[in-house]
Design a protein around this ligand. Structure first.
Ligand code: CTP
Length: 400
């Protein structure tokens, strides 16, 4: 039996100038333990904090330090960019994030980042003020939109003595995220994923609607994760202030009926449907053509009719497709979620308790359970962005 040697994945670990630079040594070791080849690139400032000799010894590879430091390879930035399966910048300073956002290319790292076709992940670390500065946050949004995976910093005591956000994410979390990107990047290639997100708005009159507090964050995080894992993704979204991740097709809808029609027309072409939207259960039977006045005699008698259940309607004709629903509950979470799994005949339910501050509508974090006919899996409290990957990976495993 012939055996094809498998390609050893290669991470280009880029270290920038920050106190947390020493943690890149641990990241190197953990990646190597997971069977990854690590090549290290350091900026001039990084070398003020940790020496290239350390990384040379850890990796057994030359450490790339400058644009012109390898006489045998005069276009080093291009060869580094091509060799990597993943470029991981950890720690990433405000400066390199700004350069990435603006496409600057004035040293080995910035030229490599601009040249590479490999996925890029960054783990920012900096003083709280710098992290929270509008410029940094806008730069982060820009690079995320272009597909860069940002491993968010955490709150803690910083080198300057401040306590706040900007501390490098825990090293094992950075390594997990890197491994997910490396291993999973083709998980959904050739697959089509349809996601509903945000809340619907049911108009009462030209200025009022029945709505809910859904922000769309979870649905958008799912869309980003499915895209990163190689799927072609369509996001059917109710009104949301979020920007669609680049490469994701977004279809804007307002009402539950519009969301139903959009999903219904796209379902045939989908392999996986995830209904993350908070769809109104009821809608006014009639929308007034003029703004209703306070004294309007029928204002207290707006007739409501039930909306069509998108999730249940799609599972009724799902065939080989995988369909995942959400259950947002405030009490008896698991019981309600299990009942929904059966009643709506879906393959899995993502259950969350929206009465908890860390899991409520609009929060950046969530605590969820993955519920299937095989049982319940409790996932740790995490950022919705990270949970997006966890959920998509689980849903992908259910695909035929
Ligand atoms: N859902 C849907 N279409 C609707 C209502 C809900 O697709 N008209 C989907 C949601 O996107 C979610 C799941 O159904 O994936 C659960 O929605 P939820 O509102 O929690 O369930 P309901 O069936 O409305 O039950 P209840 O309000 O009694 O909890």
């Amino acid at each position: 039996m012939s055996h094809q040697p498998s390609h050893q994945p290669c991470v280009l670990l880029c270290v920038t100038g920050c106190i947390a630079a020493y943690k890149a040594c641990e990241i190197t070791r953990l990646l190597q333990k997971a069977g990854v080849r690590v090549k290290v690139l350091m900026t001039d400032h990084a070398m003020q904090f940790v020496g290239p000799t350390t990384f040379r010894a850890l990796t057994g590879e030359k450490v790339a330090c400058g644009l012109f430091d390898d006489p045998e390879d005069p276009i080093h930035h291009i060869s580094l960019a091509q060799e990597a399966d993943l470029v991981l910048v950890a720690p990433a300073t405000a400066n390199i994030i700004a350069k990435m956002a603006h496409g600057l290319a004035d040293d080995l790292l910035s030229t490599t980042l601009l040249a590479t076709k490999a996925p890029i992940a960054i783990a920012p670390a900096m003083n709280t003020g710098m992290w929270e500065a509008a410029a940094t946050q806008e730069n982060i949004e820009t690079i995320k939109r272009r597909g860069c995976r940002v491993i968010e910093p955490v709150d803690g005591r910083l080198a300057c003595g401040d306590v706040g956000s900007g501390k490098l994410a825990p090293v094992d979390g950075i390594v997990d995220a890197a491994l997910r990107l490396l291993r999973g990047s083709n998980l959904l290639s050739g697959r089509s994923v349809l996601i509903t997100a945000a809340g619907t708005q049911e108009p009462i009159d030209p200025v009022r609607f029945i709505g809910n507090r859904s922000s769309g964050k979870f649905g958008y995080a799912l869309a980003r994760a499915a895209r990163d894992l190689g799927a072609s993704v369509t996001l059917v979204s109710g009104p949301s202030s979020l920007a669609a991740p680049s490469g994701v097709e977004r279809i804007d809808v307002g009402t539950a009926a519009e969301m139903y029609d959009a999903v219904d027309s796209l379902f045939t072409g989908a392999d996986l449907l995830i209904c993350a939207a908070a769809v109104a259960d009821y809608t006014p039977a009639h929308t007034a053509s003029h703004k209703l006045k306070k004294a309007y005699e029928h204002l207290d008698a707006i007739e409501l009719v039930e909306t069509k259940d998108i999730l249940a309607a799609m599972t009724a004709k799902k065939g080989e497709r995988v369909v995942v629903g959400f259950a947002a509950e405030t009490n008896d979470l698991l019981d309600h979620a299990r009942s929904k799994l059966v009643a709506k005949k879906c393959d899995a339910i993502v259950a969350n308790d929206v009465s908890q501050p860390h899991s409520t509508f609009g929060a950046d974090t969530d605590k969820v359970w993955w519920i299937t006919a095989d049982g319940d899996e409790e996932l740790p409290l995490a950022r919705k962005e990270d949970l997006g990957y966890a959920i998509i990976q689980r849903a992908a495993k259910l695909l035929p």
